[in-house]
Design a protein around this ligand. Sequence first.
Ligand code: ADE
Length: 272
Amino acid sequence: MKSPKFTVISLFPEMIQQMVAQGVVGQGLKHNIFELEVINPRDFTTDVHKTVDDRPYGGGDGMVLLCEPLELALKQVVGEDSRVIYLSPQGQLLDDDKVKELAESPHIVMICGRYGGIDQRIINLYVDEEVSIGNYVLSGGELAAGVVIDSVARFFPGVLGHQDSAHSDSFTNGFLEAPNFTRPQNYKGQGIPTALLSGNHKLIEEWREKVGQLVTLSKRPELMLNVDLTVESIRDLYLFWQGLSAQERDLLGLSGLSAEEFSLLLAAEEEL
Ligand code: ADE
């Protein structure tokens, strides 16, 4: 089967190349688990100055990327199975579901605008969807393209060490991850949760799952409502939390959690 491919259209190709060359995602690229193509609209200009932008009609701040170089670039790369994304704060917010959906796509083409954006007519003609990485404005789409590539590539088999670890990470089952610990066993008076020292993998897995749920309830309680929880599972979680010593709660960053959060969650679940 052909590897999935990202094509990024950007005036700053080195920015993309450098971001994607690092870490596990960089290794994935090196081992051809996916392909990356970066093209510069400036290479598609026909004037001596290699002009890629111009002032907006009607006035206003920033320069707008010209239609023609972008269209020529798009025509070179867009095929039958391409999904064309314009990175913009006006787009749909990128989240774990969107990332997984994009990971199913054989070819993602991303257009990076700069301050001032791109001509709307290119969006009308070529763009399948707009995607935003958050409710703030970046000076260009490059960092957003890097975020999309990094988050999507983690779902390609072989990019992460363990085949399924992207699927067991924070968010993917709806909950955040349990905290992690490594050597030394004692660091400035802080030990390791006893369950993690038990050597019992099944117990550790169950413990991590519960702790992940507690972390979610403590740090991002609104995420708890996206998951189907039964009244019994909330009571179970409460009992598990009660079974943790004060010291262990501190160690896990859970000292802010109180019985009240469980009551609120129960009330919210019963209302749903
Ligand atoms: N370009 C500028 N701001 C952006 C954002 N928040 N997300 C995606 N692309 C952008």
